[in-house]
Design a protein around this ligand. Sequence first.
Ligand code: PXG
Length: 465
Amino acid sequence: MAMISNHMPTAELQALDAAHHLHPFTHGNDLRKKGARVITRAKGVTLTDSEGNEFLDAMAGLWCVNLGYGREELAEVAARQMKELPYYNTFFQTTHVPVIALARRIAELTPGDLNHVFFASSGSEANDTNIRLVRTYWEQKGKPSKRAIISRKNAYHGSSMGSASLGGMAAMHAQGGMPIPDIHHIDQPYWWGEGGDMDFEAFGLARARQLEEKILELGAENVGAFIGEPVQGAGGVIIPPASYWPEIQRICAEHDILLIADEVICGFGRTGKWFGSETYDIKPDIMTIAKGLSSGYQPVGGSVVTDEIAEVLDGCEFAHGYTYSGHPVACAVALENLRLLEEEGIVTRAGSETAPYLAEKWAGLADHPLVGEAVIVGLMGSLALTPDKASRAKFAADPGTAGLICREECFANNLIMRHVGDRMVISPPLVITMAEVDMLIERAWRALDAAHKRLEAEGLMKAAS
Ligand code: PXG
């Protein structure tokens, strides 16, 4: 069989890809028609495709390459670990040095007494762990009825049956019979889209209080946990009002409900501090981590729990685990990633220098006629596209039509910016320089101009009635 290499013609690679590769979140017929974009290499914040085009990756892959691409140190650590111990498991009272070292490092970095890590290979797996962990915890405490978990509409917690059930994506629930039982969803704190005439902070409080209403409806004796992303990422970078999280925290404490902060995107510097929980002063009982933990160089994630939860779990054998829980190569690479993020001051600089610079430039995009709001925290931001700023109108066309056009124009301007419906989102590598921020903003402006022209030409700048 011929070796598949970077040097094959793009069309051949695309044909083979379409013939044998089923893609996540991709319409098969569209893929067949257009062919997939073939990415061949990357360095810093720049991706190169098989045609030699270069793109500024304002998404850090899928919100994960916090360290930037092409760090040799991680490749070297992986090679060294593979030679020494490529695999061993952590089941049945066994351990190894990389998993010990990474667990301790995570315990040091995470706030409060989040000191114990259950490893997984992804955020989805870690959130599935959380469902079983919460229920096992309450069973051990003699309260087995506390099974229900409350989440939010338009949340994203992963793609497996459990984690997608925790998520609040209607299109995902429609495929395959989700949510699983005992998962409930309340509304999200999305003022621009759903706040109407309400005051921003009052809206935040009202949305938080839906949690209390739901707990009272179900009975606190039946509710085990609430899960939320400090800032919803895949839902469109929805930044909650300042009133939101303190009220959620109060409600969880008063009703004896565990609080799970899903930090898969927010963790490891994304919001300007190490964790979104620090930015929003959240004191979670459980934290979900993945993505930035290894900057995407290896698949690794986990659930970090408090001393109290670990002590309760110690009372039983938690019959749960993945072959690759605490994979030695993934752990060694994650540890090296955390070392570089810290020792090179990448997280600190992203928060104190890059974030304020980017925030100022990003805010300027709100002057564009197509942009209804431009919001940002740390290095994650979003734009709401609108046919009418003043009324915060949605488009008459199907949701996502304008967003897709804008995304295409971003590609045409060598910028990778994702669309979530009609919101555009960014989450660049934390190592992005000021000059690259300028380039990002220039390209975004040009893409918005081109998208605006196309929307006008196609008669799509119409508000939904
Ligand atoms: N929690 C959160 C908050 C996430 O954003 C997961 C859990 C699941 O992680 P894994 O590693 O199982 O994918 C995620 C993942 C997108 C996009 O296009 C977002 C994610 C994954 C893929 C695509 O916005 N987030």
